[in-house]
Design a protein around this ligand. Structure first.
Ligand code: PRT
Ligand code: MG
Length: 214
């Protein structure tokens, strides 16, 4: 049995077609079922649903053999014990610094001001501002980062952006593009060795679904 860890939402939705291309179907709809373990049409493959930020942990500790995780989650996790064979080019977005429309970020940086930055991505943020030589106090949040500057709790946020609609709706503007994000296939290193015969074809399935169409 191979266990594949996915998170509900965009990662599940964008992984399904890659599995379907190899004739693999998940037999239950996570939006309709409350089950956390979903069978597939392959007797030797099941899907477990976990929080996006927990996918690397499940694969690291063998709760799942293989998983799909955003680079953001992987960087925050650290990536230890994980083999990362493939960039799946799905669930793309970027990590950015955003501030209220009326905050002069460039000026604050030039002045050497100490910035209070709210984020779920403390590793990415710490590394970015350290490289830039900007002093920051990081405030760790688990969601709705956009609210922090609007309530005066922070000067800036570091968050994921795709269309930019969420920032616009909250009067925030992007002032730094930190990095591009997509989802990676991640594999438990021991599972790869012990379950070679079943794991290799599954990894190849993802590789085939990722390969650019000529
Ligand atoms: O929700 P939970 O706390 O469990 O975790 P999560 O929010 O990380 O999970 P989920 O399912 O929302 O996202 C899973 C993965 O999808 C992330 O780890 C990213 O790698 C990737 N991804 C791609 C995104 C986005 N695009 C994205 N736009 N994850 C989140 N967003 C959010 C963003 O945080 C912001 O709140 O969408 C909002 C911005 O979207 P736009 O289109 O308005 O710019
Ligand atoms: Mg989310």
């Amino acid at each position: 049995m191979i266990t594949l860890a996915l998170s509900k939402g965009r990662i599940f939705d964008e992984t399904l077609p890659m599995l379907a291309a190899a004739g693999i179907e998940v037999l239950e709809d996570p939006d309709k079922s409350r089950k956390l373990i979903l069978p597939t049409n392959r007797a030797d493959l099941r899907v477990v649903l976990v929080r996006a930020s927990d996918v690397p942990t499940y694969v690291e500790y063998g709760g799942a053999d293989i998983g799909v995780a955003g680079k953001d989650s992987l960087i925050e996790h650290g990536g230890h014990g994980l083999y990362q064979p493939l960039d799946l080019q799905i669930a793309k977005c970027r990590v950015s610094v955003a501030v209220p429309r009326d905050f002069d970020y460039a000026h604050a940086v030039r002045q050497g001001a100490r910035l209070r930055v709210a984020t779920k991505y403390t590793h990415i943020a710490r590394e970015f501002f350290a490289r830039k030589g900007v002093h920051v106090d990081l405030v760790k949040l688990y969601g709705s980062m956009e609210l922090a500057p609007l309530t005066g709790m922070a000067d800036a946020i570091v968050d994921l952006v795709s269309t930019g609609n969420t920032l616009r709706a909250n009067n925030l503007v992007e002032v730094e593009h930190i990095m591009d994000i997509s989802s990676q296939l991640i594999v438990n290193q021991a599972a790869l060795r012990l379950k070679q015969a079943a794991m290799r074809p599954l990894i190849d399935t993802f590789a085939a679904a990722t390969a650019p169409v000529a």
